[in-house]
Design a protein around this ligand. Sequence first.
Ligand SMILES: Cc1cc2nc3c(=O)[nH]c(=O)nc-3n(C[C@H](O)[C@H](O)[C@H](O)COP(=O)(O)OP(=O)(O)OC[C@H]3O[C@@H](n4cnc5c(N)ncnc54)[C@H](O)[C@@H]3O)c2cc1C
Length: 291
Amino acid sequence: MTSLSLLQPSTAAEAAAMLAEHKDYARVISGGTAIVPLMQEKRLIPSYLVALYKVSGLGYLHHEPGLGLRIGALVSLRDVETSPLVRRHAPVLAYAMSRIASVRVRMVATVGGSLADAHYASDPYGVLIALNAKVKAIGMTGERTMQVRDFIKGHYRTALQPDEIVVELFVPEVPDNASTTYIKYTTRSQKERPAVGVASLVRLDDSGTCEELKVVVTAVAETPQEVVEAEQLALGEKPSISLMREIALRYSQQIKPLEDHRASRWYRRQLIEVLVRRGLEKCLELEESNQ
Ligand SMILES: Cc1cc2nc3c(=O)[nH]c(=O)nc-3n(C[C@H](O)[C@H](O)[C@H](O)COP(=O)(O)OP(=O)(O)OC[C@H]3O[C@@H](n4cnc5c(N)ncnc54)[C@H](O)[C@@H]3O)c2cc1C
């Protein structure tokens, strides 16, 4: 039987030093909602668990006017979901959080754990990428900040070095003219991970011309998917139903969906087309009569 030691650092730097010392034998634990089941199933057998719950100064959530939201790694998903600051400044993030698992899980699961988990079928990544959110990490060589887009490298793979921990999620100020949506589609139960998740952001100028359009599709591949060429079709154009349909079609044609117990490849392709179109129409409040 292998032994397991629980290490309880009180600072992020101390946690980084513990990870550096024990390298591949150590894993971080925050809420434990993802890592404990993996350990129970023996898919992960660490010798050291570096528990972050005693690390001070990672439980903040505040808004810096003109800059954005700063959320410490130990803030629970439930606190993000219910925060009046998040609801006011990034309502789509509060909504995406509210669609994760159950209240019981969200009360325990943390922002840092949710980011570092990097499970392909996760809800928050699409919204965070659409909002240009960033992750701050601390390791033995100091701290660094990276875009969520660059942080998620694959299923259970992030850009974190073995001695680094996530300390903060930063969500830049969402422009006043931005409209955002998140659509989660589940195939088994409402509390399940998504079969497909679609995050959309659209910005129109005063004349109704599209300045920015982003669509990030999650849970269909190892990493969140964006079809930049399709997004660019909208730039400088007045959005119409036919244009949104064309963008949705290109998403479904260009993403190569995976197949799992939640949906077949064929079904995911259909879902991508329908949900990308719906997300954009919802952002733009388009109705058939506008066509
Ligand atoms: C029943 C159930 C249903 C779920 N449904 C959904 C769903 O619908 N949608 C969805 O998106 N997710 C879902 N999840 C996943 C859930 O979001 C994650 O389990 C949770 O966010 C992980 O956070 P945690 O704090 O518990 O992380 P932990 O379990 O503590 O850790 C998760 C991973 O991150 C690492 N880690 C933790 N904190 C840090 C840190 N600060 N720095 C570096 N590495 C760190 C750990 O080493 C581990 O690899 C579900 C989970 C459960 C148990």
